[in-house]
Design a protein around this ligand. Structure first.
Ligand code: AGP
Length: 613
């Protein structure tokens, strides 16, 4: 996915645009560009690389303007280079356009435009849009906004668009379908952005565009928004939920480390107001209207991607243990194309930090079409997922900027735990004493995580053991198996060391062939029902000279004696263990990546939220 920023008003546009795309770099950062309306001319500067490269490129350029658009890219069609960077310009230089999304029928449209004599400079799908809009606006006596709408009627795919043109020098046209876009309302100035991060510094009054909307923003007239049927829509202004200090790194060297250390507060915020000890009730306001559907569910299906999918695997243990209902956890990308069998007794839970992941949104729509009740667990207020589910709960983790999810995972697991506890209590599927034990332990999790932070320096020492390794294996059993997967994902996505998570008993069925003295094996061996079994798995690894890095319950001696490195974490209820056992694995991955000089917050090839297929 990509980041889009626009500005029109009395201020200098360039500083606002550059600062804005920097705040969106977590969405994609392989190339960047800016287009500025200067009198009746558009100046366009773009290049491969991060926004800092674009800044260097613009040092000697004419950047004076009051209207402009800027883009930071995560390549879908066409490799990251200067030509494929956005914005894209019409042949006559009168229109500039930036895009986040995928135009699925771009090849057909491209061939038709080439037949009409248009020359293409890039390999992108996006470029067809600027030529198509120009072609329509040139051949028909209509407004640029109408030309945009007509062009979009020929397009199949997803888009968030921002367009400037020399015929209306103080105007930005925006359009949205399937990729997020919002308008910030300042004092006689307008901002547009893919999310609130570039806007919150100037205003907290925003309009979230809906799919099919085309809006014209111009400081000389009222905002005009029309829907897909060209009907005027009354702009609905909302308050931006984030604050500027949430977007800053503060004293931390990386957003990821800040977000790891924010987890005690984030978990508290995800519980706030949802556990009423006096009334002895756990309640999630966002799903209360669908309580009957949840109580009568015959099955839960969880659809998500990446880390959110791992949170779903933890939820499988939570719901099946506490609510005694079958749970199926699906990769959203597989679920959406599998022609799934669903009915009205099914509850589908879609989990997403960003609320914009294309595969998860597609799974959401299929579940709704087939009659299931769709519940969301999401971190971004006003995101597409939050607006399209029947009901849901926010994780209240605050903005997660680091591409590698950390607080998103633990707050998702917290909300899913509350959801399972609330249902179990109402269904009477667990004893009151166990229910209270879990709630008391859940409320102590933030303090337990703070205790783990005291081992940060020791974990940093362990990280140095990984710096010359090319592979690693993570093992866990039961509810710690998803934690093994999550720990492996953290390591591979920010340090580029190949790492795989396995159920510990699976080692015997093949992966054990990989074990030798060069293979670090991270084992989550906290006190749980299968503790003795995992001790045997560790012995099998040691017998083949594998190196053991273990995560154990404090006071453990048995596994500790077997380990080359051993991280002790506070005892906690087995079902709640992922909330604590995942923390040392986040810190381990972070320190390995830093020691290897990797870009922790913006790892290569990745983006924070994949809003395209
Ligand atoms: C995990 O660290 C990655 N950032 C990635 O796997 C992420 O969890 C996945 O893309 C899903 O994103 P979402 O939660 O925003 O839907």
């Amino acid at each position: 996915m990509c980041g889009i920023v626009g500005y029109t008003g009395s201020r200098e546009a360039y500083p606002i645009l550059i600062d804005g795309v920097k705040r969106l770099e977590y969405r994609g950062y392989d190339s960047a560009g800016v287009a500025l309306l200067q009198d009746d001319n558009i100046s366009l500067y773009k290049c491969r690389g991060k926004v800092s490269e674009l800044e260097r490129f613009c040092l000697d350029k004419n950047i004076k303007a009051h209207t402009g658009i800027a883009h930071t890219r995560w390549a879908t069609h066409g490799e990251p280079n200067d030509q494929n960077a956005h914005p894209h310009l019409s042949e006559d230089g009168k229109i500039a356009l930036i895009h986040n999304g995928i135009i699925e029928n771009y090849l057909i449209l491209k061939r038709e435009l080439q037949r009409r004599g248009y020359q293409f400079k890039s390999e992108t799908d996006t470029e067809i849009l600027v030529h198509l809009i120009r072609d329509i606006s040139k051949n028909e006596n209509i407004s640029m906004a109408e030309a945009v709408r007509q062009a979009l009627n020929e397009v199949v795919g997803t888009y968030a668009l921002a367009i400037i043109n020399t015929e209306q020098p103080e105007e930005i046209i925006v359009a949205k379908k399937g990729s997020p876009l919002l308008i910030g309302m300042g004092e006689n100035e307008y901002f547009i952005a893919s999310d609130g991060a570039p806007i919150v510094k100037y205003t907290n009054k925003v309009i979230y565009l809906e799919d099919g909307d085309v809006a014209v923003i111009n400081t000389n007239k009222k905002i005009e928004i029309r829907n897909i049927n060209n009907e005027k829509k009354r702009p609905y202004t909302q308050k931006l939920e984030i604050t500027l200090d949430q977007l800053e790194k503060g004293d931390f060297p990386h957003y990821m480390l800040k977000e790891i250390f924010e987890q005690p507060r984030a978990i508290q915020d995800s519980m706030r107001g949802r556990i009423n000890v006096e009334k002895d009730v756990v309640s999630l306001g966002g799903i209360i209207d669908y309580e009957a559907k949840l109580m009568n569910a015959k099955r839960f299906i969880i659809a998500a991607c990446g880390t959110s999918w791992h949170a779903g695997l933890v939820a499988e243990y939570l719901f099946e243990t506490l609510v005694r209902l079958p749970v199926e956890v699906e990769y959203a990308s597989e679920f959406r194309y599998r022609n799934p069998i669903l009915n009205e007794d099914d509850v589908v839970i879609v989990i997403s930090q960003s609320g914009e992941t294309a595969d998860t949104l597609a799974a959401l729509e299929i579940a709704k079409e087939r009659g299931a009740t769709v519940i969301g667990v999401c971190n971004v207020v006003g995101s597409t997922l939050a607006r399209n589910t029947h009901a849901g709960s926010y994780t209240h983790a605050g903005p997660e900027i680091g591409v590698a999810s950390t607080k998103a995972f633990t707050t998702q697991v917290t909300v899913l735990t509350l959801m399972a506890l609330s249902l179990a209590r109402k269904k009477g599927s667990i004893s009151l004493s166990y229910y209270h034990r879990l709630i008391n332990d859940l409320e102590s999790i933030p303090q337990k995580i703070d205790i783990i932070f005291q081992q940060n320096d020791y974990i940093k020492q362990i990280a140095s053991f990984f710096t010359n390794k090319r592979n690693a294996i993570y093992l866990g059993r039961g509810v710690n198996y998803p934690v093994a997967l999550e720990g492996a994902l953290k390591l591979k996505e920010i340090s580029y060391i190949h790492a795989e998570g396995y159920p510990a008993a699976e080692m015997k069925h093949g992966p054990i062939a990989l074990i030798d003295e060069e293979m670090p094996v991270v084992v989550i061996a906290t006190m749980q029902g299968t503790y003795e079994k995992i001790g045997s798995n560790i012995q099998e690894v040691i017998a083949r000279k594998g190196k053991i890095i273990s995560i154990v319950t404090e006071g453990d001696t048995q596994v500790k004696e077997m380990s080359d490195f051993c991280i002790e974490i506070p005892a906690t209820e087995e079902l709640l263990m992922p909330l604590v056992s995942s923390i040392p694995l986040q810190l381990l991955a972070y320190h390995v990546a830093v020691s290897l000089g990797c870009d922790v917050d913006k790892p290569r090839n990745l983006a924070k939220s994949v809003s395209v297929e």
